[in-house]
Design a protein around this ligand. Structure first.
Ligand SMILES: CC(C)(COP(=O)(O)OP(=O)(O)OC[C@H]1O[C@@H](n2cnc3c(N)ncnc32)[C@H](O)[C@@H]1OP(=O)(O)O)[C@@H](O)C(=O)NCCC(=O)NCCS
Length: 183
């Protein structure tokens, strides 16, 4: 059992700090609105069409904390939710690496929010905490998701392999990027 916790992504000279906080019921409408976006529909595996689906998705975020399989946070900037961020526990033998995932609302894109979250989570995962110690972290994205590929590159996640498409769940080939704990 892992208790939900809050993380802070430090401010930069040009951007406010980000708060990563556990889900709230008030996120339901935000999650529905965010998933209306074309990029969300194209690149995320689980479409969310209405409040019931958002409620079910948010309930799964609770389960992830409870069983320690995935830790997820709403990302807040200046008090507004601008995205969601998740750390997924390694799931052997499928993968021995801890994973990171993210989405941001369309209006907040291109400002470095997802990249800053990845950097902060990487530092946290490699930083000796007890929640989810990690030796290597993977970042998976569909080939063609250029924004996500750029985040991987910017954050020092090296392209490790190209994964075959596995329709219907994964209709596109994938990129597996890896970052290893510094020695
Ligand atoms: C991918 C996503 C999370 C990026 O969020 P973001 O907060 O805008 O990300 P950042 O600003 O930190 O970085 C995005 C980088 O990708 C670049 N980028 C975005 N779209 C691009 C494109 N089509 N081609 C090339 N580069 C692109 C941006 O220019 C930026 O790089 P830069 O800082 O060097 O200019 C956001 O677009 C999103 O939520 N997409 C839909 C859901 C999704 O794809 N989630 C990831 C699944 S693996």
């Amino acid at each position: 059992m892992t208790s939900p916790m809050t993380l802070t992504v430090e401010c930069t000279p040009t951007a406010s700090a980000l708060t990563l906080r556990p889900r709230q019921d008030s996120d339901i409408a935000i999650v529905v609105a965010a998933h209306c976006d074309e990029a969300m529909r194209r690149w995320l595996m689980r479409p969310i069409n209405d409040e019931d689906e958002a409620r079910a998705w948010l309930a799964d975020q609770n389960t992830g904390w409870a069983d320690g399989t995935h830790l997820s946070w709403a990302v807040e900037e200046d008090g507004a939710v601008v995205g969601y961020f998740v750390i997924k526990a390694a799931n052997p033998p499928e993968t021995l690496a801890t994973g990171v995932g993210y989405w941001t609302v369309a209006e907040a894109r291109g400002k470095g929010i997802a990249s800053r979250c990845v950097e902060a989570a990487t530092k946290w995962l490699f930083g000796g905490q007890d929640f989810m110690p990690a030796d290597e972290i993977e970042l998976l994205h569909a080939v063609g998701n250029e924004g996500s590929c750029r985040i991987a590159q910017k954050c020092g996640y090296v392209l490790d392999s190209v994964l075959p498409a596995l329709p219907p769940e994964f209709p596109d080939e994938g990129h597996r990027h890896l970052r290893k704990r510094p020695v």
